[in-house]
Ligand binder design. Structure first.
Ligand code: FMN
Length: 183
């Protein structure tokens, strides 16, 4: 069982990485698990440009071919049995790098039928999406910011055989609060 963790935080060794490390440590307890971590931010890539090359008549592709930099990670993600994605919450959604990765991974799988959405996923896979955020659970509920989680639930349930979403609240912005003005 291949378990791939894709880290969409620009910061190494911080909150998102900690959460993903714990998830991978849990996965590693399964005797057949092979785990790997990849980091998006060292790479230069952008999100989907809507070229529709993945949906060409007669030769649809489950793999985005725009900008080769991301291709090895997209290929690994498609081959994994369990895909774990970690992201900080930025303005109540995924980080831009995570979002770009998700666009490039899932749009080639997306099919639009007359009676609804479908998936062209290459094979059944499970997914976990881990959000880390500085806010409290109460503040997210109070400001009606569940939308990012709800929309993820919708399109992940379409493309993955099973998925879980976990929010890690009240993370640290920094470990030197006396040097910054966050209020
Ligand atoms: C650009 C930016 C936007 C952020 N937006 C939010 C937000 O909308 N809600 C929130 O609770 N925290 C927000 N945060 C805090 C981060 O989500 C939080 O500290 C996260 O755990 C950082 O992950 P990392 O340590 O892996 O980088 C923001 C941080 C940054 C830098």
């Amino acid at each position: 069982m291949d378990v791939l963790a894709v880290n969409g935080s620009p910061r190494r060794h911080w909150n998102t990485e900690t959460v993903l490390e714990h998830a991978l440590a849990g996965a590693a307890q399964f005797p057949d698990a092979r785990t790997e971590s990849l980091y998006l931010y060292p790479m230069k890539y952008s999100g989907c440009i809507g070229c529709y090359m993945c949906k060409q008549k007669g030769k649809p592709s489950g793999l985005c071919r725009f900008e080769a930099a991301l291709t090895p990670i997209l290929e690994k993600a498609q081959k994994s049995d369990v895909l774990l994605i970690g992201t900080p919450v930025y303005f109540f959604t995924e980080s831009a790098g995570t979002r770009a990765f998700i666009e490039r991974l899932l749009y080639p799988w997306s099919a639009f039928h007359a009676d609804g959405y479908g998936t062209r996923r290459p094979k059944p896979m499970m997914a976990g999406l881990f959000y880390t955020l500085a806010g409290t659970e109460e503040s997210v509920a109070e400001h009606g910011h569940r939308h990012f989680r709800d929309s993820t639930d919708q399109f992940f349930s379409l493309h993955f055989s099973h998925h879980e979403v976990l929010l890690a609240y009240e993370t640290l912005h920094t470990n030197t609060y006396n040097k910054f003005e966050l209020n």
